[in-house]
Design a protein around this ligand. Structure first.
Ligand code: GLN
Length: 295
């Protein structure tokens, strides 16, 4: 990330020098070229780490788009998540973020030869932090057309659907039954967007999904709309108090999870997709599904 700004700064400075004093043009141009070349060399190095079957394609994409792969140039991939979304991300017993997504992005970092640093933040802050506070976000994040206006997504790595968590014995069973209800959601999520479109619904937005479930148990909301796997985790955690119902019963559409990246960083998208492909091909992905989701 840092190097990108250094190059940008060098370029801007060079440009203003060029405008200010013509005689120094030759010197400053050389400097600019050197700065760009260093980045190119590093970018190519990083790409080599990812090379597999798609070698030529990946390398070409990186070379054609030199400046944009700088998210990896400092050897650190800073990853934003919201560790309130088990089994994809949660805080482990040592206070560290863990879960399927965290293990997946660490495996990707390994393929790319970079260290992964995880920043735990609010889900609703992730998108606006990409490209500044964080390089990428992995957070069980659904690909949506609206989000695509702000970020680029990797290939999707998991299919999900919204579920409805109900108190044991609730008679809510169809899309129609959700009208005029008090619905708990996690702020800024697709569950939030769906709930906000339900006629007459009053939506309570929480930063932590578990707080929504607690309010469901306390009777403050009638249901919680949240992704399938977290819903099943909460059903297990609050056994006998809540049930998780498949959103297909409420006509909710399937969703796809992907890693969000700075918009226009095509080299990074290529590199992360290549690493993801490798992880799927060598069995690592299935191992992670077994460890984190199926168990
Ligand atoms: N999949 C949902 C979304 O992208 C929820 C993600 C989450 O809460 N971490 O909005």
């Amino acid at each position: 990330m840092k190097k990108f700004f250094a190059v940008l700064l060098a370029t801007v400075m060079t440009m203003s020098l060029l405008t200010a004093c013509g005689s120094e043009a030759a010197e400053t141009t050389t400097e600019e070229t050197e700065a760009v070349e260093t980045t190119e060399a590093e970018a190519t190095e990083t790409t080599e780490a990812t090379e597999t079957t798609e070698t030529t394609e990946t390398t070409e994409a990186t070379e054609a788009d030199v400046a944009v792969s700088d998210a990896l140039a400092d050897g650190v991939l800073t990853v934003g998540t919201n560790a309130e979304f088990p089994p994809f991300e949660y805080v482990d017993d040592n206070g560290e973020p863990d879960g399927f997504d965290i293990a997946l992005i660490k495996a990707i970092g390994e393929k790319l030869g970079v260290t992964v640093e995880v920043e735990n933040m609010e889900f609703a802050s992730l998108i606006s932090s990409i490209g500044s506070k964080i390089d990428v976000a992995i957070a069980g994040m659904t690909v949506t057309e609206e989000r695509k206006n702000s970020v680029d997504f990797s290939n999707s790595y998991y299919e999900a659907v919204q579920y409805v968590i109900l108190p044991e014995g609730s008679d809510i069973a169809t899309a129609d039954d959700l009208k005029d209800k008090a619905i708990g959601v996690q702020l800024g999520t697709t569950g939030d967007f769906i709930a906000s479109d339900i006629e007459g619904a009053s939506v309570s937005q929480y930063n932590k999904a578990v707080d929504a479930v607690n309010d469901l148990i306390n009777g403050r909301v009638d249901c919680v709309i949240i992704d399938k796997n977290p819903a099943l985790v909460f059903e297990g955690k609050f056994e006998g108090q809540v049930v998780a119902v498949d959103g297909a019963q409420f006509d909710f559409e399937p969703e796809e999870y992907a890693i969000a990246m700075p918009k226009g960083d095509t080299a990074l998208v290529e590199q992360i997709n290549a690493a993801l492909e490798e992880i799927k091909a060598d069995g690592t992905f299935d191992e992670l599904v077994k460890t984190y989701i199926e168990e």
